[in-house]
Design a protein around this ligand. Structure first.
Ligand SMILES: N[C@@H](CCC(=O)N[C@@H](CS)C(=O)NCC(=O)O)C(=O)O
Length: 483
């Protein structure tokens, strides 16, 4: 249920500080929702889907990862044989592998959410099941809970041989040999990346850069080797694709951000393979991250990486410094491959604001509350206590942002909201919007395109409220924590 701000009393008045007050007769999230649904209808987007919060059926798109969510693929819930334990933040690459396999094979599964250590304590019940706390973990037929992603995936292949086998038959000697060699190459690529990126530069041969680059070259050549389709073995996704893609996705992001290496530009075979995964494998498309989310969620898992000279210009774009997350986005740089058009992305972003409005206001206002670091991930604040003094202004700002996404930045609701925040409330609003902007997680909260739109519209609100010059002056104070 939405709620109404009855601002009739304020209609058209100027307050004592000379700020024009909101002129709308009344504003409500229900009105915003109706407006969005109308726009979605006009664009042929299924409006009902925008407000579905559980995805039992239909396309996989977050937020499917909530405790006890089920994916039935049209089968009865009683027939579910697999329970997957994974992190709800979508940070864990090993969990991503297993989930992609279940999705591709359309094997019904239930999800239990277990946060990563860097996000807080593991639930007691999970510690009893898996003393090491490792995820992913899977229970088959309510049996004991097992770990190790590769073992789990091989077991899934054994248990469900009829649904799209992902390992070529040993009878096809040539293909099987290629498959085996790709499996080995994937592990070499992974180790060389990890060593180069996270060993603090103490490895042999310049911190392992040459080794990583030569493995990238080998992966680049391998991905073009079977030419009958975009995937590792040609026309359909196999186990190698699924094992590798979560890590290659993280390599692309981290190499650019910390080392200034642009894998997608420099390795066309890898780019074509990733593009195939992103456009022809819907489950992957639904749960891939953007570069920003990846570079901020990796260090809590892997330890810090070191910056190489030459990476600064990439880092600024990725972190939204300068003009990257400012409207208009036309022509501004982004290293994420975003498919689909802007209007779809804006609709998705507006829907997320409208769906989440009641939660998002106090969430954003953690920025002005009591912050205590109780977990190691710098962008995670589970124990922060928001101070809700002035919450109506933060809510009004989010409302304005929603309308800017729906009807454009000329929308009267958007302009009114930006111009009606009293001067002494502006800092609070900026801190809250910046806090939210920096914590939009892809894929957990929305797609890469929608995240870029929402981040930019949040900045637009601040700019519109303060004026160009003043915003340029204070924006650096609200830049994301440097990772
Ligand atoms: N070899 C394991 C590695 C799994 C792994 O490292 N999982 C990480 C999450 S990505 C984990 O459980 N870390 C403990 C934690 O942070 O909670 C596998 O393939 O499943």
């Amino acid at each position: 249920m939405g709620f109404i701000w009855n601002l009739t009393r304020l209609n058209g008045r100027i307050d004592r500080r000379g700020v024009r007050l909101v002129s709308s007769v009344s504003m409500s999230w229900d009105v915003a929702r109706t407006r969005l649904e109308h726009l979605a209808d006009k664009q042929g987007i299924d409006a009902a889907k925008l407000f579905v919060t559980s995805q039992v059926e239909g396309d996989l798109r977050p937020p499917v990862v909530r405790d006890d969510a089920v994916r039935t693929f049209g089968k009865a819930e009683e027939d579910i044989r697999v329970t997957l334990y994974r992190d709800p933040a979508y940070w864990c690459p090993y969990c991503q592998r297993v989930q992609l396999q279940l999705e591709l094979k359309r094997i019904p599964y239930r999800v239990k959410t277990v946060n990563m250590r860097c996000y807080g304590e593991k639930p007691e019940y999970f510690r009893a099941l898996v003393p090491s706390g490792a995820i992913p973990a899977v229970s088959f037929d309510d049996g004991p809970v097992k770990t190790e992603s590769l073992d789990l995936m091989l077991e899934i292949e054994r248990m469900f041989p009829d649904s799209s086998p992902l390992i070529p038959s040993e009878d096809n000697e040539e293909l099987y040999k290629i498959f085996r060699s790709f499996m080995q190459l994937e592990r070499r690529l992974f180790s060389s990346w990890f060593q180069y990126m996270f060993s603090g530069g103490f490895g042999l041969f310049g911190g392992g850069k040459d080794n990583f680059l030569s493995n990238l070259e080998a992966w680049d050549a391998a991905m073009g080797q079977v030419s009958s389709g975009p995937f590792a073995l040609g026309g359909s996704v196999c186990l190698v694709d699924i094992l590798a893609v979560p890590f290659v996705e993280r390599m692309v992001a981290s190499a650019l951000y910390w080392k200034g290496i642009n894998i997608r530009e420099d390795y066309p075979g890898i780019d074509a393979w990733l593009r195939g995964m992103e456009t022809e494998f819907p489950a992957y498309k639904a749960i891939r991250a953007d570069i920003y989310s990846t570079v901020h969620n990796l260090p809590p898992q892997t330890g810090r990486a070191t910056f190489d000279s030459g990476s600064d210009k990439f880092r600024e774009v990725i972190d939204g410094v300068g003009s990257n997350w400012e409207l208009p986005l036309v022509g501004s740089a982004s290293y994420d491959r975003i498919y689909g058009d802007d209007s779809e992305a804006k609709i998705e972003a507006a829907a997320a604001l409208i769906r989440g409005s009641e939660f998002l206001v106090p969430f954003a206002m953690r920025s002005v509350g009591v912050r205590k670091r109780t977990v190691s991930a710098p962008l995670a604040d589970p124990d922060a206590q928001p101070v809700l003094w002035g919450k109506e202004f933060v809510e009004r700002a989010l409302y304005g942002v929603a309308f800017a996404l729906i009807d454009g930045t000329e929308a009267p609701e958007a302009i009114d909201a930006a111009q009606s925040i009293p001067a002494d409330e502006q800092r609070k609003v900026i801190a809250s919007l910046a806090y939210l902007r920096d914590r939009i997680g892809v894929p957990r909260d929305m797609s890469p395109g929608a995240a870029r739109q929402l981040r930019s519209h949040l900045n637009w609100f601040c700019r519109s409220m303060l004026g160009e010059e003043r915003w340029a002056e204070i924006k650096p104070e609200y830049a994301v924590l440097s990772a």
